[in-house]
Design a protein around this ligand. Sequence first.
Ligand code: PLP
Length: 409
Amino acid sequence: MNYNQFFRDAVNRLHDERRYRVFADLERIAGRFPLATWHSPNGPRSVVMWCSNDYLGMGQHPKVVGAMVETATRVGTGAGGTRNIAGNHHPLVGLERELADLHGKEAALLFTSGYVSNQTGISTLAKLIPDCLILSDTLNHNSMIEGIRQSGCERQVFRHNDVAHLEELLIAAGSQRPKLIACESLYSMDGDIAPLSKICDLAERYGAMTYVDEVHAVGMYGPRGGGIAERDGVMHRIDVLEGTLAKAFGCLGGYITAKAEIIDAVRSYAPGFIFTTSLPPAVCAAATAAIRHLKSSNWERERHQERAARTKAVLNAAGLPVMSTSTHIVPVFVGNPERCKQACDLLLQEHGIYIQPINYPTVAKGTERLRITPSPYHDDALIDQLAEALVQVWHRLDLPLHATPLAAE
Ligand SMILES: *Cc1c(COP(=O)(O)O)cnc(C)c1O
């Protein structure tokens, strides 16, 4: 038996489907975001990052870096064990309080990542509800799908953001059956937003519980960075809000916030919480600093939206097929995995611009795209340079440009 051959074959299948993934070796430069050094096969080169999920550049903010360094110096690096073994370290307690306050909830619970918070949070909650039916948006993130699968509960999928379809499923399930609606607030590949208020109306009318992933919205939307639910005034109507510390907060970790008894149940029953070492104190302190800063500072949020709008307008005026969105995500349509990868290779090698190709299974086949994420630190010159580079690449690969600019958003 040649076991190695199985793995070689598996990877070759990805090559055949043109979706074998390659990651660039990058080194960010704190204080100069979005600039980074690319350790290319021919040595180090300066590049501009255009696809980071450190959306607001908080990963380099002096308060955040300062809190991390100060805490590591004072209390050391690791957490020293699971919370069952080593107890709660103090920065972790402070961070959970900060998160509960951010979302106006009684309590919060931290996990190793946003992925783990969805996977173990959803599966644990749903398992504790007898005969729970989970209603899940078609475009939910893999971490939610895995959580739903692990719960062993029945699942029905509603069409993306389609509240009429969701209502049909709720009615069919009957008023007696416990139901959990699981969705995201902001879908980060298309950059569209869920109708949270209507979803809450339905949940209340048909007696369902709600679980909302705000990973791509926390820090960036709402007057204090509480996300789309805060912006839309529905935070108090959603049972469980889930978020990450790894995107707009620039650190690492995930969490859920909810009423105290829900959080206590997950804390007590979730294997993905119980059996793994907690986040290190320095990471918790840094995340707390980022959240606190963004609770009171609107500069990052306003500049972020303004930069995204400008990027869309400039790319659109250059004839590039910008997919229409109402958010900070700027998807540019390619529609072919090979071209998508080639476009990204050319951008990096010839223009010093780093954008990862977005191919299947992250998005549906035939909708491959570049996913551009402008930050508050991408200035006009960088945006103009991006537009010129994209137009050259589009010509090189013979990709279609539109002649007249579409109406600006
Ligand atoms: C990135 C992401 C996660 C996972 O968060 P991490 O903290 O990176 O593990 C969860 N949900 C969605 C929608 C995401 O895009």
